[in-house]
Design a protein around this ligand. Structure first.
Ligand SMILES: *Cc1c(COP(=O)(O)O)cnc(C)c1O
Length: 457
């Protein structure tokens, strides 16, 4: 055990940075269920998936066997521009909370896109470029993924077409402009430029859109243009794989000081940052080497783990993407418009869904006013203005630290601080004005969302 004092920030040296991603599926006895063809309901073959996705990414998507996958040198070099990300000891927050708990956070907001999404964006853009494609299409919700992807595409000289959820397009003009500055074209979704968009507009006139709608549009745009493929910023297993760089770095940094966490907490939208952060630790738990508590934090207004069903569902509202077995609220579930806090996707990555189903991970749903309360508290004492998404994890980290105060336990808590909130000032404004409303869907509303689940043959 290393007796050195723990610094405020632990940074890995450049030569200590991960050279491989860790694939947690290799250590799962019960593998996540395969993606199914939305028409035949048969497992999607690599060939079928390659119509929509880049070839190497399809291989990664289907790879349940290899524990480690080499990070190509070019991606390692790109990572070096903004990684390693710091693992921060939240000494100031601990003192304010007067807790015996030790709190650490892994901060992924130190790049222009402002979130962890760049870790997968550069990988996906790299494989698209390597395949000789002209460009990629994608959706973006709050805009972090679109920003990250446009940065990666600009670096590699790829065309980038982004379908942006309409409410965000209108509420976050600066995000849109960052993407355009990096050379991306940005279309508000649903739009009339695709079949899927026109269909959704007809069924829900005036809708502010959803991630599910935007996905349908981006997939259609990819398959209707030569030399284009679709890329996705979350939910898929390949994204979780790329994001394992967060967890591998975290574990290496903790190991240097002999720190063993008790609780690891992350916010969960589609599951990629949480999955990436916990992966190497979950591997140890799955192999029976060590035990940890893992906590997924989701919004009470979009509670796919805590109140959804574990079934096959469409990944998109347009029902054209493959079916994934996951915790879902139904692909036509659109969270209340009073929900400002991000994490509005109806489903959850299938690896995390499976692990949750088997009891390896816990989940809690939190209301957004409590999330913003934690965000403001954190900003004032630790300095960083957190993204609303990240603040879900802050909320539960604080709650766990306060519990330690009651019991006197000196637990070590690690949470993922996925990004910064500079483009979320409308949401902060609502909170500061005391106008933020909490919305918890009724059982009846959830039932309606689950009505149109695909019936498997
Ligand atoms: C996209 C995003 C999330 C949620 O996505 P996951 O795939 O669940 O990680 C969380 N935090 C930030 C800052 C994001 O941009």
């Amino acid at each position: 055990m290393n007796k050195q004092a723990i610094p405020y920030k632990i940074y890995l040296k450049e030569n200590e940075m991960p050279k491989q991603w860790y694939n947690v599926r290799a250590d799962m006895k019960e593998k996540p269920a395969p993606l199914l063809n939305p028409v035949t309901h048969q497992p999607m073959s690599a060939e079928e998936l390659s119509v929509v996705f880049c070839e190497e990414l399809v291989r990664q998507e289907l790879n349940d066997e290899d524990r480690y996958i080499d990070i190509p040198q070019e991606i390692q070099d790109f990572y070096k521009m903004y990684r390693p990300s710091p693992l921060v000891r939240a000494y100031c927050l601990e003192k304010q909370l007067d807790t015996p708990a030790k709190i650490y956070y892994k901060f992924e907001g130190n790049n222009t896109s402002g979130s962890h999404k760049l870790n997968s964006a550069i990988a996906q853009a790299y494989y698209a470029k390597k395949q000789g494609l002209k460009g990629v299409t994608t959706e973006t919700g709050a805009g972090q993924w679109g920003t990250a992807l446009s940065m990666a595409c600009a670096y590699l000289g790829l065309d980038c077409q982004v379908y942006m959820v309409k409410v965000s397009y209108e509420q976050k003009p600066f995000r849109r402009e960052v993407m355009r500055t990096y050379g991306a074209s940005v279309t508000p979704s649903p739009s009339v430029t695709t079949e899927a968009g026109r269909r959704i507009l007809k069924a829900h006139p005036g809708t502010g859109g959803s991630l599910g709608c935007a996905i349908s549009e981006a997939v259609e745009a990819a398959t209707s243009q030569d030399g284009y493929r679709y890329v996705l910023g979350s939910v898929l297993n390949q994204v979780l794989l790329h994001q394992s760089v967060i967890g591998v770095e975290t574990k290496a940094a903790l190991d240097q000081y002999g720190i063993v966490p008790d609780i690891i907490i992350g916010c969960a939208g589609g599951g990629s940052n949480l999955g990436g952060l916990i992966s190497p630790f979950m591997g140890e738990k799955l192999r029976g080497e060590r035990d940890y508590r893992f906590i997924a934090v989701e919004p009470a207004s979009c509670p796919s783990l805590t109140r959804g069903k574990f079934v096959y569902d469409f990944c998109d509202t347009g029902m054209i993407c493959p079916l994934a077995k996951m915790h879902t609220l139904g692909s036509n579930f659109i969270p209340s418009s009073s929900h400002a806090g991000g994490l509005r996707y109806h489903g959850m990555n299938s690896v995390l869904s499976q692990l949750y189903h088997e009891g390896y991970m816990e989940a809690v749903a939190v209301e957004q006013s409590l999330v913003f309360e934690a965000a403001v508290q954190f900003a004032r004492i630790e300095g960083i203005l957190p993204a609303p998404e990240s603040s879900h994890a802050i909320r539960v980290a604080i709650d766990e630290a306060l519990r330690c105060k009651e019991t006197g336990e000196e637990k070590t808590i690690v949470f993922g601080l996925t990004g910064t909130g500079y483009f979320d000032m409308f949401a902060y404004e609502k909170y500061n004005n005391g106008e933020m409303k909490d919305y918890i869907p009724t059982d009846e509303e959830l039932r309606r969302g689950l009505e149109k689940l695909p019936q498997l043959r």
